[in-house]
Design a protein around this ligand. Structure first.
Ligand code: AMP
Length: 172
C-alpha cells in the first residue's frame, strides 16, 4: 500500500529543531521519483482539487507538493510565503507553530480571480499554520474546499478546528 511505502521513507528526528519535538523528515520521499509521483497522483485525485478554483501551497515543503498537484489537477497555484520573500501588496497573518511562531503572506492580487481554494502542506501538527492561511482566506471573503497533507499528527487532533475536509495520506 502507498501509505506503508511512504511511512518507510519518513525518518523521525527526536528533539529537532527543539527539545520535545519529534521531527518527521519526509524529504527521502522526494528522492524516490516513482514514489513521489504516486504520492502526487493520489493527492491530486482528491475531490477537494476539483472543487477549488486555485491551490494555495504553504512555504516551503508545501511548495514541492502543491506545485506538482497543481500541474496534475490543472489548477492555478498560489504561494503562502514566510516574511521577506514576496514583493507587492501583501495580506499577512502571524501564527504559532509547534516550535515557535511565524508569519505567512499572500500577494493580495493573486486572490482576485478566485473564490474557492484548496490548501496544501507537508504536515499537519497543531494546525496553527493552516489556520493562518484559512484566516487570510476567510477574512478576505474566500472559501476553502479542503486541506491536503502527506502527514497528520493525529494525536494533536488539529482537524477538529477546521470546518473543511482534511485529507492526510498518513496518520502518525
Ligand atoms: P502546525 O502549524 O503546528 O500544524 O505545524 C505545521 C507546519 O510545521 C508544517 O509546515 C510542517 O512542515 C512543520 N512541522 C510542525 N511539526 C512538525 C514535525 N513534528 N515534523 C516536521 N514538520 C513539522
Amino acid at each position: 500500500m502507498l501509505s506503508d511505502e511512504l511511512k518507510k521513507e519518513i525518518k523521525t528526528y527526536p528533539n529537532f529543531p527543539k527539545e520535545g519535538i519529534f521531527f518527521k523528515d519526509m524529504l527521502p520521499i522526494f528522492a524516490k521519483p516513482k514514489l513521489y509521483s504516486r504520492l502526487i497522483e493520489q493527492m491530486a485525485s482528491d475531490p477537494i482539487f476539483n472543487q477549488c478554483d486555485a491551490i494555495i501551497a504553504i512555504d516551503a515543503r508545501g511548495f514541492l507538493l502543491g506545485s506538482s498537484i497543481a500541474i496534475k489537477a490543472v489548477k492555478p497555484l498560489i504561494l503562502a510565503r514566510k516574511p521577506g520573500k514576496l514583493p507587492g501588496d501583501l495580506i499577512s497573518q502571524s501564527y504559532n507553530l509547534e516550535y515557535g511562531s511565524n508569519c505567512l503572506s499572500i500577494q493580495k492580487d493573486s486572490l482576485d480571480a478566485f473564490k474557492k481554494f484548496a490548501i496544501v502542506d507537508d504536515l499537519l501538527a497543531t494546525g496553527g499554520t493552516v489556520s493562518c492561511v484559512s484566516k487570510i482566506l476567510e477574512t478576505n471573503g474566500r472559501k476553502i474546499s479542503g486541506l491536503s497533507v502527506v502527514i497528520e499528527l493525529s494525536e494533536l487532533n488539529a482537524k477538529a478546528n477546521f470546518d473543511f475536509p482534511v485529507r492526510a495520506q498518513i496518520q502518525l
